[in-house]
Design a binder for this molecule. Structure first.
Ligand SMILES: Cc1ncc(COP(=O)(O)O)c(C=O)c1O
Length: 394
């Protein structure tokens, strides 16, 4: 039977990982895959994670199953980290998932069950896996204007105008912070305007937050999401601990469903646990336990925050240095947006052919849409990358 299978659609981010691995040139620069890297090019295990793992190893006496929705301590710790005190805990149903991707999948599975006719509004552009999962589940996607290429920022008016066309029960996907792939984030007043759109249309916000702490700080990066949560009756959140805890391969994520009533909360919690059961039964525990251990211990939290601050500072500095180098190389300010944006990514205004040229002639790897991971830059590579971009665009 397998010979009848048609090849699955290509994934441009996974594709670029393969091309990079196969390139023998020692000077190659990976700005493609979305993982944090140190100046030395490593994606290290955070010291706070190592310390938490040591404690867990010492204390854990069983590897027995936990619960379909994961551990309640993890739920509470993540609820606090993401929502702060924006809503009362009684309104929030939580469910641990394998990574942020698992959370997105479970949210959309729930939508498919509840309101299969709902349209899923997705910012243009967005992380390609959003569209892939929506399509896989047979849900309907509608793109809304998000990024203004010329301004290097959010097309606020276009976004609000498009979303005014949402219907009751439609789902509007938003990036909590550090928008992937553009690095262009919503400002505080935009979140307030969005709350008005949700009130007017009856659409439901679904916030994907995968980079909390990579933009301006843990609370700063969640401020928009929190202000929205405080203003709307219902909201869905998919969060990832892959980046901010460096737990990529442990697969740590969570769904938070902000509900309007106690009964709705129980129903949402039961459905999410049920959906876990149908897919993989129990979510992975180890990484979630690490996160809980860090967030419930003052000393480990302080250590983790300091490490996260250092990562963010490095990315912001890379942005500034690259923008300056590009200004020097091009004699123009057209790349100023790189310094102004936040998180790991910026979208360079390059064609697919120019991305291929950067790869083939300069051993510089970007995703085919021009997405660049600023964490992959170093003091040594920035001048070369800036020169190559200027050359290719000349
Ligand atoms: C916008 C966005 N959402 C969710 C995820 C999911 O991350 P993971 O499944 O590795 O936790 C990512 C990872 O790249 C992302 O960029």
């Amino acid at each position: 039977m397998f010979e009848t299978l048609t090849p699955p659609p290509q994934d441009r981010i996974i594709d670029i990982m393969g091309l990079y691995a196969a390139d023998a040139r020692p000077e190659k620069v990976d700005l493609g895959v979305g993982v944090y890297r140190t100046e030395g090019g490593r994606t290290p295990v955070m010291a706070a994670v190592k310390a938490a793992e040591a404690r867990i190893l010492q204390a854990q006496e069983s590897k027995g199953y936990v619960a379909l929705a994961g551990d309640a301590g993890f739920h509470a710790a993540m609820r606090g980290l993401i929502l702060g005190d924006a809503v009362t805990p009684e309104r929030v149903a939580a469910c641990a998932t394998p990574g942020g991707t698992g959370a997105i999948r479970q949210v959309l599975e729930m939508v498919q069950r509840l309101t299969p006719q709902a349209r899923i509004w997705v910012p243009s552009p967005s992380w390609p896996n959003h569209a892939a999962i929506i399509g896989h589940l047979g849900l309907t996607q509608v793109d809304y204007r998000y990024y203004d290429v010329d301004a290097g920022g959010v097309d606020r008016d276009g976004m609000l105008a498009d979303l005014a066309g949402a219907k009751r029960g439609d789902i509007v996907l938003l990036h909590g912070c550090c928008h992937n792939p553009t690095g262009a984030d919503l400002a505080a007043p935009d979140w307030v305007d969005l709350a008005d759109v949700f009130a007017a249309t009856g659409a439901i916000p679904f916030v994907d937050i995968a980079y909390q702490g990579f933009g301006d700080g843990l609370d700063e990066d969640a401020a928009g999401l929190r202000s929205l949560a405080a203003r709307v009756p219902e909201m869905l959140i998919a969060a990832s601990c892959s980046k901010n805890f460096g737990l990529y391969r442990e697969r740590v994520g969570i769904v938070l469903a902000v509900t309007d009533l106690g009964q709705a909360r129980a129903a949402a919690a039961a459905m999410l646990a049920h959906l876990n059961r149908q897919s993989y039964a129990f979510p992975p525990d180890h990484g979630a336990r690490v996160v809980e251990t860090i967030l419930t211990d003052a000393e480990l939290t302080a250590q983790w925050r300091a490490e996260l601050d250092a990562m963010r500072t490095r990315m912001t500095a890379n942005r500034r240095t690259l923008a300056e180098a590009l200004r020097a190389e091009t004699g123009s300010d057209r790349f100023g947006f790189v310094a102004a944006q936040r998180g790991m990514f910026s979208l360079l205004p390059v064609t697919e052919a120019q991305v291929a040229q950067l790869r083939e002639d300069h051993a510089i790897y970007l995703v085919s849409d021009g997405r660049m991971n600023v964490a992959g830059l170093t003091a040594e590579t920035i001048p070369r990358v800036a020169r190559a971009i200027a050359q290719v665009l000349a």
